[in-house]
Ligand binder design. Structure first.
Ligand code: TTP
Ligand code: MG
Length: 385
């Protein structure tokens, strides 16, 4: 199966968040970092980069290069919160995400063709959602491996979107300096330069024996990278233990019918997430928080794991039918646990199941393309949210 990785990285992350939150900073050279005498630059907006300001540069040097800059210390807690929002969006596109830092992550898209047939379009959607929901700009790279995907996201910055297709690997990187290779710092780059090797293409063509003399055991890996080969897998942070969704209402729900409507909506969301992550669940939990903040959770375990909206809904409804509603409700949630990997309705093989499965594949394709709200159960269509 063709491996496909998307690497997503925010543009001038800390500075972008500050520009988002303060309109006066937009389009201005914003420099974030330590402002004391020995401080260094964390990042600079692209406007400031025009003056040669870069990450890790002493702040005094940044001030010298860009005296008209706006210098800020930044707010790390805020960046962590924003990072969480970004990673949550990415999780909607693949269950296999490896965050590399606060502002970047790899998504393993291998085997998701049925859901995301056009990865350029998928990357465009990821960028659009980050822009719309988080308010900052991301660059994306798509390639058959991690090294090339990360490179691709960087080559077209800011607001980049670049794909390197199988077969194009070597050509795409041949002219770049060797310092673009992972693990090549200044020392290695200098010793390679002494051998007359400046570009990745030159390195790819260098005799391996000669290379080993200068770079030791590192030579083989280095040359493979130079040929655009990288087998490292995306290491997802953890397997999800649960997949759930909850809603807090602006106005408390006051009728059983309202709660059931919410359960239906939540069941669709949980079902969609389970199918997208290729999981089925055996246990469904309903969480209710009453107006008084009294909170209860009730669960039911099924004989067979499911990821079908209607089974999640009927199970949630059965749980709900045992709960007495003697005050308003401020929050309703559904969580699926006892997860099993697998896209289909496990252990239920019947014509009916097959039919449902193809129906969900069609529905999920539309949801992936146009957003979750494009298709919903008939009884929910009158809702205006
Ligand atoms: P990067 O993604 O390396 O940089 P960036 O997002 O600011 O700019 P771009 O990706 O468009 O080139 O790092 C993400 C954040 O990490 C950055 O906004 C600030 C922080 N950081 C530091 O604090 N020190 C550093 O030396 C670097 C490189 C980043
Ligand atoms: Mg970045």
């Amino acid at each position: 199966m063709q491996k496909w990785i998307i690497h997503v990285d925010m543009d001038a992350f800390f500075a972008a968040v500050e520009q988002r939150d303060n309109p006066e900073l937009q389009s201005k050279p914003v420099i974030i970092g330590g402002l004391s005498g020995r401080g260094v630059v964390s990042t600079a907006s692209y406007e400031a980069r025009k003056y040669g300001v870069r990450s890790a540069m002493p702040m005094v040097e940044a001030r010298r290069r860009c005296p008209q800059g706006i210098f800020l210390t930044g707010n790390y807690d805020k960046y962590i919160a924003v990072s969480r929002e970004i990673m949550n969006i990415l999780a909607d596109f693949s269950p296999f995400i490896e965050p590399l830092s606060l502002d970047e992550a790899f998504l393993d898209m291998t085997g998701t063709e049925w859901l995301f047939p056009d990865l350029v379009e998928t990357a465009r959607q990821i960028k659009a959602r980050i822009k719309a929901e988080v308010g900052i700009v991301a660059s994306a790279g798509i390639a058959p491996n991690k090294f090339l995907a990360k490179l691709a996201s960087d080559l077209d910055k800011p607001d980049g979107l670049l794909i390197i297709r199988p077969g194009e690997e070597q050509l795409a990187i041949a002219k770049l300096p060797v310092s673009r290779l992972w693990g090549v710092g200044k020392t290695t780059a200098d010793s390679l330069q002494k051998l007359g090797i400046n570009t990745i293409g030159q390195l790819a063509e260098t005799d391996l024996k000669l290379l080993k003399k200068y770079c030791g055991n590192f030579a083989e890996d280095l040359q493979r990278l130079a040929c655009g080969i990288d087998d490292r897998p995306v290491i997802a942070q953890h397997e999800p233990k649960s997949i759930g969704k909850e809603t807090t209402f602006e106005h408390d729900l006051v009728s059983v019918a309202q709660v059931e409507e919410e359960l239906l909506l939540l069941a669709e969301k949980v079902g969609w997430r389970l199918r997208r992550y290729c999981y089925s669940a055996r246990t469904i939990t309903v969480k209710i928080r009453f107006a008084s903040f009294r909170t209860i959770t009730r669960s039911k375990t099924l004989t067979d794991p499911t990821n079908f909206d209607e089974l999640i809904f009927t199970t949630a409804q059965a749980i709900w039918s045992h709960i007495t509603m003697n005050e308003g409700i401020r929050l309703v949630g559904i969580t699926a646990t006892n997860l099993q990997a697998g896209c289909g309705q496990m252990s239920l093989f019947s014509e009916e199941t097959d039919k449902r499965q193809s129906m969900y594949q069609a529905v999920d394709k539309l949801k992936a393309k146009f957003g979750e709200k494009i298709i919903t159960k008939g009884r929910l269509v009158s809702r205006d949210d």
